[in-house]
Design a protein around this ligand. Structure first.
Ligand code: 13P
Ligand code: SF4
Length: 332
C-alpha cells in the first residue's frame, strides 16, 4: 500500500529543511498531502501546538480531548496524527483495526516519561484503595493501569465523578493535579511529574510581560506552576483558550502555553492581539517534541505509511476502558 515518494515529489524536487520551506514548496507539499489523504481515505488530526502549515492542511485541529473525540468517531481507514506519540497511541487504542501513523516516532512528552508503568504499579500495590486518574499525557501501559483518563479540558469533571469512597491518585502532572484539587476541594495524591515546557514560565517572567501589557488578560494552561497560575485571569485547556479570548471584551491577551497556540487564536479571533508569554530565557516557549513534526515528514509518513503505531493487544484492550470512561463522563 506504500506509495512512491519520489513520484509524489517529481514535479517540485526534494524540499530543503523544514525551516527553509518557501511558501510555494509548502503549498506543493500540502497539495501532495491532500491528494494522499484522498487516496488512503485518511484523516489528519493535528494538535493546537503544531506548526501553522500543518494546522492548515489538517482535517481537524484541537486539544487532546477534541482529538480523542475525533479519533473515536472517524470513519477514515488511516488516522494521521500530528501531535506527540501518546496522542497517536490513544487514537490507536480507540481504533485497533485502523492504521495510525505519525510524522515522527520520536515526538515524545516529558510528562509521559515522568511516570514509568512499573513505578505506578508498585505504588498501586502499596495503596490498594487508590482510584487512579491519569492525565492523557502518559503511555498506553500507564493508561492500562488506570481507572479513568482525563485531559486538561475535562479534568475537573472527571475528578468530580470519581467514587467518593476511594483515595484519588492523580498521575503524572503535579501542576494540573494541584489546580484540579483547588477547584474540586478533594484530597488527592499527586504524582511528581511536570511538563518541561510549561514550567519554564515563571512568576518573574509573567510579571515582566504584564508590566509591558498592563491591559492584557493573562490566559494560562493548567500545566503551568502555581506561581504562574496565581497571576492568570483564566486557566484552561488549549481549546477553551479560543472560546475565552473570542468572547472576552479585552483586545490583548498574554498566552502562557506553547506558542503554536497563537496561530488559531489569531485566525479565529480577528482584531485581537496575542502576546506569547515569555520565559526567563526566551520571548516565547516551544515544545521541542511538538515541533519535531514538519510538513515534509507528514507527507513522507503518508507516502510510506510509516512510522505506524503498533500496540500490544492486551495493553491496548486494558487501556481502552479508562479512555471510554473519560469519553462517557465528558459527554454528560
Ligand atoms: P491540551 O489538551 O490543553 O491541548 O494540552 C495538551 C498538552 O500537551 C499541553 O501541553
Ligand atoms: Fe508534553 Fe509539555 Fe510538550 Fe505538552 S508541551 S506535549 S505536556 S512536553
Amino acid at each position: 500500500m506504500a506509495l512512491d515518494t519520489e513520484q509524489l515529489v517529481s514535479t517540485t524536487g526534494r524540499t530543503r529543511s523544514a525551516d527553509g520551506l518557501q511558501t510555494r514548496e509548502a503549498g506543493s507539499l500540502s497539495a501532495q498531502i491532500r491528494s494522499l489523504c484522498k487516496k488512503l481515505n485518511a484523516v489528519i488530526l493535528a494538535h493546537n501546538y503544531q506548526v501553522p502549515e500543518i494546522q492548515e492542511v489538517a482535517d481537524f485541529v484541537g486539544d487532546s480531548l477534541g482529538l480523542s473525540q475525533q479519533a473515536a468517531g472517524t470513519s477514515a481507514d488511516v488516522i494521521v496524527f500530528c501531535g506527540v506519540h501518546f496522542m497517536a497511541e490513544t487514537a490507536k487504542i480507540l481504533n485497533p483495526g485502523k492504521t495510525v501513523i505519525l510524522p515522527d516516532r520520536d515526538a515524545g512528552c516529558s510528562l509521559e516519561e515522568s511516570c514509568p508503568a512499573n513505578q505506578l504499579a508498585e505504588f498501586q500495590a502499596e495503596h490498594p484503595n487508590c482510584y487512579t486518574i491519569a492525565y492523557i499525557n502518559c503511555s498506553a501501559e500507564v493508561k492500562a493501569l488506570s481507572d479513568v483518563i482525563c485531559t486538561s479540558g475535562n479534568a475537573v469533571k472527571i475528578v468530580e465523578s470519581a467514587p467518593k469512597d476511594r483515595e484519588i491518585l492523580f498521575v503524572p502532572d503535579e501542576n494540573l493535579g494541584a489546580w484540579v484539587q483547588e477547584k474540586v476541594q478533594r484530597p488527592m495524591t499527586l504524582w511528581k511529574g511536570f511538563c518541561y515546557a510549561h514550567v519554564e514560565f515563571t512568576h518573574r517572567s509573567m510579571i515582566r510581560i504584564r508590566e509591558e501589557f498592563p491591559e492584557a488578560q493573562i490566559v494560562a494552561h493548567p500545566e503551568c506552576t502555581k506561581s504562574v497560575r496565581l497571576l492568570a485571569d483564566e486557566i484552561c485547556s488549549t481549546e477553551k483558550m479560543i472560546g475565552f479570548c473570542r468572547d472576552h471584551p479585552a483586545k490583548e491577551f498574554i498566552i502562557a502555553t506553547e506558542s503554536g497556540m497563537l496561530h488559531r487564536l489569531e485566525k479565529e479571533c480577528p482584531g485581537k492581539k496575542f502576546i506569547p508569554a515569555p520565559t526567563d530565557k526566551c520571548p516565547c516557549n516551544e515544545c521541542k517534541y511538538m515541533k519535531m513534526n514538519t510538513l515534509e515528514k507528514l507527507r513522507d509518513c503518508m507516502a510510506n505509511l510509516s512510522p505506524e503505531v503498533v500496540l500490544d493487544a492486551d495493553i491496548s484492550e486494558r487501556a481502552l476502558l479508562p479512555i471510554q470512561r473519560m469519553l462517557e463522563v465528558s459527554a454528560r
